[in-house]
Design a protein around this ligand. Structure first.
Ligand code: NCD
Ligand code: ZN
Length: 344
């Protein structure tokens, strides 16, 4: 097969930032994607419905002319979140999910949750109204090895949350382990996003033969067996797994530093990379499910009406970086030519 037409994809986990960065990176998403779940980890975070409404308006104002794009807003869960505000924002159609960051787990997560007793009322409300909880699934304990933090989270945090809130729809974001895949497959009402880059890189790509800051993200890529489990899950057709790129722009200055930021920027070339991954796994017929159907089904939203066409041919050139007033943002590189081009 050298050409495939699929419904227009959505990105179920995306960082757009704000201001000049938002303006610079948004076109990279709207070119191919119809909708995206917008992460709320701004500084300060998007905590209240009024914050989400204002942020949505800034995103809408930055959409390039000619593109149609719907930002699907989220609220950042804190121990002070008001369940009534969440309920109202959901009833208005303003938000499509709430995001749980364990405090300190990743970029701008300082306002996240430490004591889960303090968010119980919000989680109960969400279960009642059918609003999904997007979860950054890593423990933050300093005595837990960074490569084990996702697996430990499943036992210590995710499973207790799910047992305490049987009706709550949870989405394990950016899965990086076979343990995570196995857990999601053992559950009802559980979904998971898988990123593009975690299907390409394992931890050797970050650390062997010199450190590669552009491959450093959180959760950090794990061993090869985990990468293979993620590819198998994404290409299996199992409706619990869908695309969330976690495309996370940081300038080169912020990445290439003694304490570099976590995040891979994949919005630009994700669809070409995915076509290659699904072709390699003999699963091109599953690409539409992963990128365009399973996400809306889990969120209870309609699928997109229009389509994109991917064609295999000569190598496709994408920019190495996206310029911003604060400096360039490097686009994720797989290390080999991309042969699938995208027509919209
Ligand atoms: C994200 C970011 O930069 O906001 N970074 C990352 O490595 N994925 C935060 C996140 O999703 O963990
Ligand atoms: Zn993210």
């Amino acid at each position: 097969m050298t050409q495939i037409t699929i419904r227009r994809p959505d990105d179920w986990h995306l960082h757009l930032r704000d201001g000049a960065m938002l303006a610079a990176v948004l076109p990279e998403t709207t070119r191919h994607f119809a909708r995206a779940i917008i992460m709320p980890n701004l500084i300060p975070p998007v905590i209240k419905s009024t914050d989400a409404a204002a942020y949505r308006d800034r995103i809408l104002a930055a959409i390039p002319e000619g593109d149609t794009f719907e930002p699907l807003m989220t609220l950042y869960l804190t121990e002070n979140t008001d369940p009534a505000d969440v309920r109202a924002a959901h009833a208005d159609g303003l938000i499509k999910a709430v995001k749980l960051y364990p405090a300190g787990a990743t970029t701008n997560s300082a306002s996240g949750v430490t004591n889960f007793d303090n968010v119980r009322a919000t989680l109960e409300t969400m279960a009642e109204i059918g609003l999904p909880l997007c979860i950054h699934g890593e423990v933050t304990d300093h005595d837990i090895d960074i490569f084990d933090r996702e697996a430990v989270f499943l036992d210590r945090v995710l499973d207790p949350i799910r047992r305490a809130n049987p009706g709550l729809k949870t989405i394990s974001e950016h899965l990086t382990t076979k343990d995570g895949v196995d857990y999601v497959m053992s559950q009802d009402n559980a979904g998971a996003t898988i990123t593009t880059h975690h299907m390409i890189i394992n931890r050797n790509h970050i650390l062997a033969g010199g450190i590669k800051p552009h491959y450093y993200c959180l959760p950090v890529a794990k061993r090869e067996e985990h990468r293979l489990a993620l590819r198998a899950a994404a290409t299996s057709g199992d409706k619990r797994f869908f695309l969330g790129t976690d495309s996370a722009p940081h300038t080169d200055g912020a990445k290439l530093a003694p304490c570099g930021c976590a995040g891979c920027f994949t919005a630009t070339n994700t669809m070409s990379i995915l076509a290659q991954v699904f072709e390699e796994e003999n699963a091109l017929d599953k690409l539409e499910g992963f990128a365009s159907l399973n996400g809306p089904a889990f969120y209870g939203l309609p699928v997109n009406d229009d389509t994109i066409t991917l064609t295999k041919g000569d190598p496709v050139t994408y920019p190495d970086h996206i310029p911003t007033p604060d400096g360039p943002v490097t686009v994720f590189q797989t290390g080999s030519d991309l042969l699938w081009s995208v027509d919209t």
